[in-house]
Design a protein around this ligand. Structure first.
Ligand code: SF4
Length: 430
């Protein structure tokens, strides 16, 4: 069937540009031709275009890499522009990320795998949070770790049997450092002893919120061999930090950075979010400038995504769709500043419901790119995920195919059903 704009009756609201992103997002299940028709119609009606056109997938760099198997870079970029209506700026960004990734060496997979270990606890819940994170309790975290340790032992045995090894290990969450000192010590001791070999190239602990970090915890992290951590300001504007429910201020972020350096942790990533409530491009620039003074190895610039599970969407359903233009300005300025400061964009992903339908970009000083972040987006390696909510993806290179092994998301159900989670891995990891 050939569809023309005249085959549809569009209802244009008084301010059609407000919902343009939403409408294009809603065409995700349609053919490219149908999406183009809808997109072109609204672009004409509203006088607006979208940076990513009709492209809705999470991994545009992977799409570019696939295109490059049969095309030149110029041909791939032309296809992205013509078929997907992607802007010139974004095709250039994709090419830049792709080129940075070409400069990174990866181990053959298998036997190299990535490991993700999830700690689903935080000291409090942020306004925009859509992760299945829980406010930490002593009893809940103790029981959770007991189950997680069992899963760690079982997975370590399984990958050893297969002759595989952990190329990268990433402890994320939640906020792993919301565990207390003895819990963190025991967890890192077990991970280090069960998974780290002389072939392991990367060990990251996401610290996230500075109010969970102290000297003892950072010393434990360094002692067990993690050379990368993440301290995530999100913003350096105190009034926003308070509004979004982070129980810390900007000075605590600065203190956490200096403590981590004192403890000998060489690589720190800092996450920022563009498009936070009440912030304009000047606020975002202030935050970026402040973070640059801390000299992190990596800076990840996120676009605020307002998802169903967040408190923010209850307060303002259309938030992400109204803030697109300002957020686009923040991202463009940040990209220019970071390049001037010597950072290169090295991984990129997109999510649904992002302000302006934009993207998240990880920037790194050359040589500090995270293998884990690149490979989880490239889907060219098995990533085994342990803990509540972890979804393992086992990669079969001959067929270029992934097989998913999910753990349950609720941490209390994970504890109850830990033997079943282990059994799924025993049969699924092969
Ligand atoms: S720190 Fe991250 S995981 Fe924890 S509540 Fe905030 S957004 Fe959610």
């Amino acid at each position: 069937m050939f569809l023309r704009p005249s085959d549809y009756e569009f209802v244009i609201e008084p301010n059609p540009s407000a919902s343009f992103d939403l409408i294009v997002g809603a065409t995700a299940g349609s053919s490219n031709k149908q999406k183009q028709l809808v997109y072109d119609f609204f672009a004409q009606q509203t006088g607006r275009t979208l940076d990513w056109g009709i492209l809705t997938g999470v991994r545009p760099v992977k799409l570019l890499a696939e295109m490059l198997q049969t095309r030149t870079l110029d041909e791939a970029n032309a296809l992205l522009r013509e078929e997907y209506r992607v802007s010139k700026e974004k095709t250039e960004l994709l090419s830049e990320v792709y080129r940075t990734q070409l400069s990174v060496n990866f181990d053959e997979a298998p036997p190299a795998v990535g490991l993700y270990i999830g700690i689903p606890f935080c000291p409090s819940r942020c306004l925009y949070c859509s992760f299945p994170s829980n406010v930490i309790s002593r009893e809940g975290s103790e029981k959770y770790l007991e189950a997680l340790h069992k899963e760690i032992d079982a997975v370590a045995g399984r990958i050893e049997t297969l002759g595989w090894y952990a190329e990268s290990i990433y402890i994320g969450g939640g906020t792993p450092t919301s565990l207390n000192v003895s819990q963190l010590q025991e967890l890192l001791r077990r991970i280090s002893q069960r998974f780290i070999t002389d072939r392991t190239r990367e060990f990251t602990v996401e610290c996230g919120r500075p109010d969970t970090i102290d000297k003892d915890k950072l010393n434990i992290i360094a002692q067990w061999g993690a050379e990368r951590i993440s301290i995530n300001p999100q913003t350096m504007v105190d009034r926003t930090l308070e509004y979004i429910g982070r129980s810390h201020n900007a000075q605590q972020i600065r203190d956490a950075f200096s403590l981590a350096k004192t403890c000998g942790i060489p690589m720190i990533n800092a996450d920022l979010i563009a498009g936070l409530p009440g912030e304009d491009p000047k606020d975002f620039k202030f935050s970026l400038d402040q973070v640059l003074l801390l000299k992190p190895a990596n800076i990840t610039v996120h676009t605020l995504a307002v998802k169903k599970a967040s408190r923010l969407i209850e307060e303002d359903q259309d938030y992400a769709y109204r803030t697109g233009a300002a957020t686009a300005e923040m991202l463009a300025d940040a990209g220019a500043t970071l390049r001037r400061e010597g950072y290169r964009p090295y991984y990129l992903y997109r999510q649904k419901h992002m302000a302006g339908n934009l993207e998240n970009v990880g920037y790194a000083l050359p040589g500090t790119e995270s293998l884990y972040n690149i490979r989880i987006m490239a889907e060219d390696q098995s990533i085994i995920a342990l803990g509540a909510g972890g979804i393992s993806k086992i990669y079969y290179p001959e067929e270029n195919r992934l097989e998913r092994i999910p753990n349950v998301t609720n941490y209390e159900i994970y504890i109850e059903r830990i033997e079943e989670m282990i059994q799924r891995k025993e049969t699924g990891i092969q």
